[in-house]
Design a protein around this ligand. Structure first.
Ligand code: GLN
Length: 485
């Protein structure tokens, strides 16, 4: 077995036994990246020098007997999160050559634990997309079938984990961007409760919806990464000042006595039959572990896509106003005056999907349309929040599919934004409500593509979700499915 094949927890165990050093593990991961990235395009940039330097430092720390679970672990970071001195493109031409002068809070926290950053992962431009095809660096490819998408927008992080090009990763989830690529690539991903993880130093797309979260090969690794990144940060005004539990504590507790809700609106005809069958099998497994099932209704989920695709573009149109060719990144040459410079820079710097969202968002916020679109969408959002709250009075968590289909072919949905938006039907309402959600593997299709199951929880209920997901993972073999590369 090669070091790159290990999970985060397995690697940490070997560090503790002094059977492997962080430099050796990091070298192994960097070699793996060198051999696979040209084909899979999981990374936008690889930070070998920085990684080997931090690995050396981590080895020094461990020599002194300090074995933090994240010490010396090779971690990948979605290219929307700032690392001081490392280019941060957000998958966009407009931020080409932008080098942030500071670390995001999640990065400084992981640096304090001596994690090793191996590179910045590919993503849909500014996290807008569900396939990691909208990237100025070209599409990421799914390691299970390189003709297929990785899912998105954190597709590079998911694919890097699935193909052993890192042991842990950070993604961001505005409407499903951690859970859906985790599902398409057969790994685990957690979208934390809104406010649980600092967004300081993450380039904003839709501030009221998004969270940074961990992605990993195993659920126990997610818990360790969450321990590293969660908690109050005075630099993020939406960060919640509440104590953070040790997320590893409940993992081993069995599920007896818990109550799971099955929202009937998430099991309709539009879902691929193989996905539907695998998720229903997962529900049976959970039931056999002593969980009581109850059918519930989340009728407002039908309006989630509409509300999301008004609110998210509205926020994006405002957030992306700062990219004007003056303060950051790319500036078009040859403009006659300032206005033209703005126009040409933004026309050339942004990709088609980003331009579409800025136009949509500007429209729904404009005088005369604000009440009909933006205000209405916010009202729908409130109804969604209330409905989740009332359902969680009866059940401890919900079980749903992550995506109505497995990974689709590269190019298949690119020309039809509406069908691309429909891919998110099971993940968007989580973000509108601000609740946590987790995706774990629950099977493979006949053609060998991963299928995922989603567990949704109460606000700040990450510990329950990690427990359910870990117990489910340990009771099944799905996470052990191996791909050959
Ligand atoms: N696919 C959704 C979108 O395109 C969600 C993206 C995300 O979570 N960042 O907006």
């Amino acid at each position: 077995m090669q070091p790159y094949e290990l999970t985060l927890t397995e690697l940490h165990e070997l560090f503790k036994k002094r059977e492997l050093s962080s430099v050796e593990a990091t070298r192994s991961v960097l070699d793996r990246i060198a051999s696979l990235n040209p084909q899979l395009n999981s990374y936008i940039s690889v930070t070998s020098d920085m990684a080997l330097k931090s690995a050396q430092e981590a080895d020094e720390v461990m020599k002194r007997g300090n074995f933090d679970p994240l010490c010396g672990i090779p971690v990948a970071v979605k290219d929307v999160i700032c690392i001081e001195g490392i280019e941060c493109t957000c998958g966009s031409k407009i931020l080409h050559n932008y080098v942030p002068p500071y670390d995001a809070t999640v990065i400084s926290r992981l640096k304090d634990r001596h994690a090793v950053f191996v590179g910045k992962t590919n993503m849909d431009e500014f996290a807008m997309g569900s396939s990691t095809e909208n990237s100025a660096s070209g599409p990421a490819r799914n390691p299970w079938n390189t003709e297929c998408v990785t899912g998105g927008s954190s597709g590079g992080s998911a694919a890097a984990l699935a193909s052993d090009q890192c042991m842990g990763a950070l993604g961001t989830d505005t409407g499903g961007s951690i859970r859906q690529p985790a599902c398409f690539c057969g790994i685990a991903g957690l979208k934390p409760t809104y406010g649980r993880v600092s967004r300081y130093g993450m380039v904003a797309f839709a501030c009221s919806l998004e969270q940074i979260g961990p992605m990993a090969k195993r659920v126990e690794d997610l818990a360790l990464l969450m321990n590293g990144i969660a908690g109050y940060d005075s630099m993020d005004s939406t960060s919640v000042n509440m104590p953070v539990p040790d997320y590893t504590l409940d993992l081993k507790k069995d599920l007896k006595g818990l109550k799971a809700g099955i929202p009937k609106e998430f099991f309709t005809e539009g879902t691929d039959p193989e996905v539907d069958a695998a998720v229903k099998q997962a529900i049976k497994t959970i039931e056999s572990m002593g969980v009581e099932l109850q059918e519930v209704s989340l009728s407002y989920n039908d309006y989630a896509i509409t509300a999301y695709y008004i609110i998210a573009p509205a926020e994006a149109s405002s957030n992306l106003a700062r990219f004007d060719g003056v303060k950051y990144g790319y500036r078009a040459e040859g403009a006659q005056d300032l206005r033209e410079m703005y126009r040409v820079t933004r026309t050339q710097g942004f990709g088609r999907e980003v331009i579409r969202r800025i136009m949509l968002g500007t429209y729904v916020l404009s005088a005369g349309y604000y009440d009909a679109f933006y205000r209405k969408a916010c009202q729908v959002r409130t109804l969604i929040v209330k409905q989740f709250k009332s359902v969680f009075e009866d059940v401890d968590f919900l079980i749903t599919p992550v995506s109505p289909m497995p990974a689709f072919k590269i190019g298949e949905k690119l020309e039809d934004p509406l069908t691309m938006y429909l891919v998110d039907v099971f993940t968007l309402s989580t973000n509108l409500a601000g609740i946590p959600g987790i995706s774990v593997p629950c099977g493979l299709t006949q053609s060998g593509l991963p299928i995922g199951v989603q567990f949704l929880g109460r606000h700040y209920g990450e510990d329950t979700l990690l427990r359910v997901a870990h117990q489910f993972e340990q009771a099944t073999e799905h996470h052990k499915a191996k791909l050959t590369l």
